[in-house]
Design a protein around this ligand. Structure first.
Ligand SMILES: *Cc1c(COP(=O)(O)O)cnc(C)c1O
Length: 401
């Protein structure tokens, strides 16, 4: 039977305090106890269903976490104040001084900077590998390796991780597989394919309205309990906690994610096909020409498509900048980082979201100067959008008439 993540979200039933159809928002940072003994037990982690202090957990955060765990097919989840708040807590929870991480080299710029520049302070070293080459991944594993880290669909090159094979590798070597699924919610379910921990930046498609940052860690009850432990849990002690009001608003946006992802994917596939037939160098996992198109098909849940992200290469940074400025001027979208908005967003990763990666390494991984990353919007008339983009490209001599 195939995995149906949107059904799992829909099947949750919540009632608010007065029979409201949305759960009540818990507008409190701290909680009373009828007996002092229960307070002590709660600190010891032995009082299920009791709330202590909202950095630890709150009813609103638990509702959102439960819905995201249902979406990913994990036992439970912990929401955080941002995607980076999720990523850093997970890595610091799993790794001690002297440990080693094998990471995909094409990952979010902030994650790359954390692994490259920050964790070495604690003698945690990372080897960056081409995640699509399983032999290279295995060859990088050392006796000190604890974790394999990757994105299901990578930022910004849209490489696809073979999660089943990677999970076989991690099991063989006694490691944890951590997958950032920010680019492919609903389409890919990493935990169902064998990942131990699934992370999202909720800031992107899941919230979908570019009005907040947020993150989530989906995993086993045991791992999430460890993260929340008052004595040594990274989520609890780093304090990257989501506010309850925001958790409530993200939960409401999550309810339309399946409809939005279908439209993002439909529009992105349409544009990718058009750009490719215009002879633009186009990368989109839904194109036959994508190196991992077949692999994506074996991993994907039906209905949600290949996602809303695509890249084109227009030859030079100057051309890329001119095109993005013109497209914004024509109101085709915004020259902005981030993704998952109702409008199309575009940016040149080499000088923005991946600028943490040294130029030499950008070249080596195929991140060229003229690359534009698009997060395709929810446009109702994508044919019209294409015609307008084409007009911009013709005006700038990127395309001929
Ligand atoms: C944006 C992003 C992050 C970081 O999330 P924030 O919410 O900005 O902290 C991590 N991974 C990926 C793939 C992202 O796109």
């Amino acid at each position: 039977m195939s995995f149906k993540p949107a059904n799992n979200i829909q099947d949750l039933q919540y009632f608010g305090e007065f029979g409201g159809v949305n759960p009540s928002i818990s507008d409190s940072s701290t909680y009373t106890f009828l007996s002092a003994k229960t307070m002590f037990d709660t600190f010891e982690g032995n009082a299920d269903g009791c709330y202590l202090y909202s950095r630890h957990s709150s009813p609103s955060n638990l509702y959102l976490g439960e819905a995201l765990a249902a979406m990913e097919g994990t036992e439970t989840a912990n929401v955080t104040a941002s995607g980076m708040g999720a990523i850093t807590a997970v890595l610091m929870q799993l790794c001690n001084a002297g440990d080693h991480i094998v990471s995909s080299r094409t990952i979010y710029g902030g994650t790359y900077a954390f692994l490259k520049n920050f964790t070495p302070k604690f003698n945690i070293k990372t080897s960056f590998v081409d995640i699509t080459k399983l032999e290279a991944v295995e060859a990088a594993i050392t006796p000190n390796t604890k974790v394999i880290y990757c994105e299901a669909v990578s930022n910004p090159l849209l490489e696809i991780a073979d999660i089943k094979s990677l999970s076989q590798l991690t099991k063989k070597h006694g490691l944890q597989l951590i997958v950032d699924n920010t680019f492919s919610p609903l389409s890919i379910s990493p935990a169902v394919l064998g990942a131990d921990v699934v992370i999202h930046s909720l800031t992107k498609f899941i919230n979908g309205s570019s009005d907040t940052v947020g993150g989530v860690i989906c995993g086993t009850q045991e791992f999430i309990n460890n993260l929340r432990n008052v004595n040594n849990g990274a989520a609890m002690l780093f304090g990257s906690t989501m506010d309850s009001l925001r958790a409530a608003s993200i939960l409401k946006n999550l309810r339309t994610l399946h409809i939005r992802m279908q439209q993002h994917s439909k529009n992105a596939l349409y544009l990718a096909k058009k750009f490719e037939s215009d002879s633009l160098k186009t990368v989109y996992p839904g194109l036959d020409s994508h190196a991992s198109h077949e692999l994506f098909k074996t991993m994907m849940n039906k209905n949600y498509g290949f996602g809303g992200m695509l890249t084109i290469d227009v030859g030079s940074l100057d051309k890329a900048n001119e095109l993005m400025e013109l497209m914004q001027h024509k109101n085709l979208g915004y020259l902005a980082v981030s993704l998952g908005f109702y409008k199309t967003l575009f940016s040149a990763p080499g000088t923005s979201t991946s600028s943490e990666i040294p130029e030499e390494e950008q070249k080596e991984m195929g991140l060229s100067d003229g690359l534009i990353r698009f997060s395709i919007g929810l446009d109702d008339d994508i044919e019209r959008t294409y015609q307008m983009i084409k007009t911009c490209m013709v005006e700038l001599n990127i395309l001929e008439h």
